[in-house]
Ligand binder design. Sequence first.
Ligand SMILES: [Zn+2]
Length: 70
Amino acid sequence: MTRPQLNPIPLSAVTFDRGTITITMSQGQWSALHAEAYRRGHTLLELDADERPVAAYRRCDCDLCRSTLN
Ligand SMILES: [Zn+2]
């Protein structure tokens, strides 16, 4: 699956707080599971080949983004 444009968030916003769901993915990885997790507003954490976090993504629900995201 081709990864769509995702809304980036700062790595510092990935808190692993109780009750939050964070799913890791390798660079360029995308799957139905990642798509559904993103759609539900969970956090996607991208790891490089050494398993270091390099980016994080979470859907934005503001009016502007909602008009462009399904
Ligand atoms: Zn937004």
